[in-house]
Structure formats: C-alpha cells, structure tokens
Design a protein around this ligand. Structure first.
Ligand code: 3PG
Length: 402
C-alpha cells in the first residue's frame, strides 16, 4: 500500500482527527436525514480506532443549499449505529470545541459541527496554504494524528482535507484504504472501449470531469441520463423549456461546446418517461411539452444504451438514470444496471443511490467495484491525483524518510 494506514501507528492514548464524509441526503420538507449509508460507512474506521481520543468531523451539504444542516442528527444516528456514546459540540474551532477536545478521555468520541460552518472550509487551498488557515492553526496542536477517510470528498482541497495532513502525521482510514487499493487494481486491467453512464445532479462538476475523461482516453462513449442528460438535450435544442437549474445558460453553453468538440462521444435519451396524473407515460423526446418533467428513461433508450454497454471493456456508472425510488420510474435504472451487471466488462458503480438500487435488484455481487464516491471517483478515473491522495502520499514519504 503506497499510503500509510491505521496499522502504521500506535493509536492508544492519541488524540486523532478523523475526517469522514457523512454528507447525507436530507428530506427538504422535514430536514431529516433520508439515507444513512454514508454514516454507516463512517463506522468502519471509527470502530477500528479504539482507546484513543477521537474527534470526528464532516461536512453536510453546501452553504445555501437545502441539504445544508448542522450535525446533531448525524450524532444521534452514529450513536445508534455504534451503540456508543457520541459527544457532540455545536462548534468547530472555537473555545467550546477546543475545551471538549482537551477534555476527551481514551475511548471517547466527539463529533464536531458541520465543517462548512467555518468559512475557510468552503474554499480550495494548496496544502501549504490550507495549513495556514485559522482552522488548522487553532486545532493542529490538539491532535497527534490526522486520519483521512472522506473518499467522496477526496477531490476537494479544503483545510480539513489537505491542511491537517500537511502538518501532522497522516494516514488513510479504512474506506480510503479499500477504495485506493481496489481502484488501483481495476485501473491496471481496465480496457477500452470505456463506456461512462452519467446521471446525477452536480452537473457543473461533471462537465469538467467529462472533458478530462475524454481527453485521457477514458471515455469512448458517454451515455447521459438524469439531469445532466436533460442539460445536453437542451444544448442540442431537443428540450426547449428551461430546466430551472442554477446558472443554467452557462452550463448549457458548456454542454453545447462539448458536443461540438466531441460529436461522436455523447448519447442522449431518445425516449423518456414523464408523470401524467400520477402515472408513467412514455414519450419520444421530440413530443415532450414544456410542462413535462422527466423521471426516467424509456425502453428504446435502455436498449440502445445496453447495446453500447455490452460491447464495452470497462463500464463506469455514476448517478441513477431515473427516479428509481418510485416503482413506476425504476425501469431505466433497473434496466441499465442489469445491462452493466451482465456485461463482460470491468464494472464500477459509484455513489450511494446506485448502491441502494443494486441491492434492491439483487445485482450487488455482479459488480467489480462499488465506490462510496461520486464526483471524486469521476475525477479519479481521469487518472488525476486527487488532493487527498496527494497529501496522504506526501505524509507517507515524510514518515518513511524519518
Ligand atoms: C459528495 O457527496 O460528492 C461529497 O460529499 C462532496 O460534496 P461536495 O460536492 O458538496 O463537495
């Protein structure tokens, strides 16, 4: 393993900063956590750290978005899952947090509040500059070790991800260790043609990554679904009504430029399913009206995408193709996942929603790698070194040259 892991350190009695990714879906009506997968994942490393003073930290949502909340509910879920007391402080770098950290006893676990409450955590820094932030300056002296386990945010160079690891001994947690090991293995056997199936809602992030994937020869066909599919269909002039997303014109223009640059790479749906008075209605994309909201792929699109998938050497899917949680709109997600599971390709599935879908359709054992990450994994697939992996590599070099 090129990174250090928990096995490289004596953890007993140490005060440990553990960066996890407990960024969960939040129901906008109740503000309750609607899927606890990421918290369940965080328990793997927490359980592996015993007899230490453990400080756990994560972000939740983005400032200004509907899923931006404090971490009190995460603390309750964590407590239940671990069956251990979790101390929670509504603070990150102030007196209250510092006092709680100093008062920890071996075996205690403290959860800090949403890291993005701290302004610095919403900006990207080089590791050296991140180490100069107030967050890192105030807290670093309280910690003996930094454990990075938030693989889904490995592409962010925020202070909690690259700052502490620049100045403290640092290692990968269990999730990062598993992901890196497995992905390194897969990337050495991954063969062309590379088929990428992209859905999900973080469209702007994805557009940058798609370009890199194509340039690096890691995306021979990009099959678009979900909101990003709608953006491309709007760029093609096949959807005329605005989609109602932030910075829509700019994003559609970027998609338009990509289609112009790589005309043979992108496929968009030919038919879709919409909701008419509570029922599924399938339509040719040409027949969509301004009032229609797309919830799923239609059968012609699933067939067409699955033909490309069956000829692939590697298939990577990120973001569900439809609103599969509703039975009547699950056809596309189920059909595409079955196509992927039954193909001869090396297969990688990314993100919590698709993991739940795989479980629901009994396909989990037919996939080569299921990753916790979304955007971070898309970037990892480009072959770029992610900021978190880079600081962990540097920490390993420092440790080994001592
Ligand atoms: C994710 O869910 O992709 C990660 O938690 C990163 O979140 P972000 O895109 O808001 O940085």
């Amino acid at each position: 393993m090129r990174l250090l892991t928990l096995n490289d350190f004596d953890l007993k009695g140490k005060t440990i900063f553990l960066r996890v990714d407990m960024n969960c879906p939040i129901d906008p009506n109740t503000m309750e956590i609607s899927g606890t997968k990421r918290i369940e994942e965080a328990t793997t490393t927490i359980n592996a750290i015993k007899d230490s003073k453990l400080v756990v930290a994560s972000h939740q949502g983005r400032v200004g978005n509907k899923d931006y909340t404090g971490m009190e509910k995460h603390a309750k879920v964590l407590e239940k899952l671990l069956n251990r007391k979790i101390k929670y402080v509504q603070d990150i770098i102030g007196e209250a947090a510092q006092t709680e950290i100093k008062n920890l006893k071996d075996g205690d676990i403290l959860l800090l509040d949403n890291l993005r409450l701290c302004a610095e955590e919403n900006y990207e820094f080089s590791p050296a500059d991140a180490a100069k932030t107030i967050m890192v300056k105030r807290l670093e002296k309280l910690f003996d070790l930094c454990v990075l386990d938030s693989f889904p945010s490995a592409h962010r160079s925020h202070p909690s991800i690259v700052g502490f690891a620049h100045v403290l001994p640092a290692c990968a947690g269990k999730i990062v260790e598993r992901e890196v090991r497995k992905l390194d293995e897969i990337m050495t056997v991954a063969k062309a043609p590379h088929v990428i199936v992209l859905g999900g809602s973080k469209v702007d992030d994805r557009l940058e990554a798609i370009k890199m994937l194509i340039k690096k020869g890691r995306a021979d066909h990009v099959l678009l679904t979900g909101l990003i599919g709608n953006v491309f269909m709007r760029a093609q002039g096949r959807i005329r009504a605005p989609l109602g997303i932030k910075r829509e014109e700019e994003i559609v223009a970027k998609a338009h430029a990509l289609i112009g640059e790589y005309p043979d790479v992108f496929s968009t749906p030919v038919d879709v399913a919409v909701d008419k008075d509570g029922s599924r209605v399938e339509l040719d994309v040409r027949d969509l009206s301004r009032e229609d909201t797309i919830y799923d792929l239609g059968p012609k699109t699933v067939d067409y995408y699955n033909k490309l998938i069956s000829g692939a050497g590697t298939v990577f899917i990120s973001g569900p193709p439809g609103y599969f949680e509703k039975e009547e709109f699950s056809f596309g997600t189920k059909g595409i996942l079955e196509g992927i599971a039954n193909s001869m390709a090396t297969t990688i599935v990314s993100g919590g929603h698709l993991t739940s879908a795989l479980k629901r359709y009994g396909l989990i054992d037919k996939i080569n790698h299921i990753s916790t990450a979304g955007g971070a994994l898309v970037l990892y697939m480009t072959g770029e070194t992610l900021p978190m992996i880079q600081v962990l590599e540097e920490a390993a070099q420092r440790h080994r040259s001592k």
